[in-house]
Design a protein around this ligand. Structure first.
Ligand code: FES
Length: 128
């Protein structure tokens, strides 16, 4: 199986690993294909992602794709973050082996979950 240098770099030196204690939004998703888990934490300021971190119980491809996803998402508006797809992330990494494409679902799905979580919490004010 061939991984690009970019994938290996993000796997060996993952960016934005960790947890944000007072996160404004959290997204946790499981991968139905392998059972692995991913959590993404975001801080939001003026409708933009000001900080982002992730923790995973996932494989190297999941770590690399999520690391890249957090880099792409940081500083973006929430709408822009919702447009980040697994294809976009895989493209930025120079491609992923086809059997590992499912791993990149975790990153995009967890990011979208975190944004939705933030929006739900904020729209929910006073709604009950
Ligand atoms: Fe589970 Fe890659 S094998 S995320």
């Amino acid at each position: 199986m061939m991984y690009t240098e970019k994938v290996l770099d993000h796997f060996r030196n993952p960016r934005n690993v960790g947890e944000i204690e007072d996160a404004d939004g959290v997204g946790t998703v499981g991968n139905p294909v392998c059972g692995d888990l991913m959590s993404i934490y975001i801080k939001v300021e003026d409708d933009r992602i000001s900080d982002i971190k992730f923790k995973t119980f996932g494989c190297g491809a999941a770590i690399a794709t999520t690391s890249m996803t957090t880099e792409l998402a940081k500083g973006r508006t929430l709408d822009e973050a919702m447009q980040i797809t697994r294809e976009k992330v895989a493209e930025e990494l120079g491609g992923l082996p086809p059997v590992k494409m499912h791993c990149s679902n975790l990153a995009a799905d967890a990011l979208h979950e975190a944004v939705t979580n933030y929006r739900t919490k904020n729209d929910g004010e006073g709604v009950s």
